[in-house]
Design a binder for this molecule. Structure first.
Ligand code: GLY
Length: 308
């Protein structure tokens, strides 16, 4: 696989969707505007809620962005290899323009032909009631055994905040274990092997089929249009394309980690079980958390969230 810097990955994504007639739109602040139901921008679609609901007109029916996002809900996972409070979400959006077929087709084309992921290692999750998406994935070359069905907990997205657009989703997961794809056939039958359930899989790209509006009273109504809202995590993609095991080893974190190493005197990456020095082993997690929180706090402060 070709190694790409995070700057190159962002450019490949935006250029790809620009070539499919999407408007490259600037990201919004981490502080949502005009949305009292959302504390911090948590997704690429947050700034576009009124375009999905039909309350206002988008500047284009097809938009692409690289959006800084903050998810307070992931704070307890920070320090593992994939979860961050602040991350960058690459997204493509359709406001009543294309729907499932193009969203799935372009996602696969981008992942395999432009970012260089191996098609054999891509697995798909689909909402259990969404038979249409299963057929679409099969028609574009994903074998049925690589398509896994899940309920609302895994394959329903939104709303962002207490109300707003939402819908069933389909995700592209990538196999990061060390088995050869030719051995997948046997593993697929094993219980607990596959996306969402096994640690050798990482979720990279979520395609939301935004068809509903979730109201503050808990009811849902159909939106006037069928829309697309997607999100691909830049840090996770960088981890894989740069051949690393953790977001902290990517170019997005390397300068922060080396600064903390210099200041603390501890070296990141000493957590191997063979290291008998317990202090060094636990320093890894502390360095990761410090790097993550200082990065996310910097972005928050830059957008006007001032600590008191
Ligand atoms: N809005 C899509 C996502 O956050 O995955």
């Amino acid at each position: 696989m070709k190694s790409l810097t995070s700057v190159e990955i962002r450019k490949v994504f935006l250029d790809f969707f620009q070539s499919k007639n999407h408007l490259v739109h600037p990201p919004s602040s981490l502080i949502p505007s005009n949305d009292p139901t959302l504390l911090l921008t948590n997704s690429g679609m947050a700034q576009f809620k009124s375009y999905f609901s039909g309350e206002s007109e988008p500047p284009s029916k097809k938009i692409t962005t690289a959006q800084k996002c903050f998810r307070t809900t992931d704070i307890d996972e920070v320090g593992d290899s994939t979860h961050l409070t602040l991350f960058e979400m690459l997204g493509n959006f359709s406001f009543g323009d294309y729907f499932k077929i193009d969203a799935c087709k372009w996602a696969l084309e981008l992942m395999t032909n432009h970012l260089g992921f191996e098609k054999d290692k891509i697995f798909i999750s689909v909402h259990v009631d969404d038979k249409e998406s299963v057929e679409i994935w099969k028609n574009i070359g994903i074998p049925e055994e690589k398509i896994y069905l899940f309920g609302d907990e895994d394959n329903w997205w939104g709303p962002a905040g207490d109300e707003g657009p939402c819908g069933p989703c389909s995700e592209l997961h990538y196999y990061i274990g060390d088995k050869d794809p030719s051995s997948f056939k046997d593993l697929e039958k094993e219980d607990g092997w596959g996306p969402n359930t096994h640690e050798d899989f990482v979720e990279l790209y979520n395609l939301v089929f935004t068809q509903f509006y979730h109201h503050i009273d808990g009811t849902r109504t159909e939106l006037p249009n069928k829309n697309i809202d997607t999100g691909m995590g830049l840090e996770r993609v960088a981890t894989i394309l740069q051949g690393k095991n953790s977001v902290y080893e990517t170019d997005l974190f390397s300068s922060l980690i080396s600064k903390i190493e210099k200041k603390s005197g501890f070296k990141w990456g000493s957590s191997s079980k063979n290291n008998s020095n317990l202090e060094e082993r636990s320093a890894d997690k502390a360095i990761s958390v410090l790097a993550e929180h200082s990065r996310s706090a910097t972005f928050l402060i830059a957008d006007g969230v001032i600590p008191e």
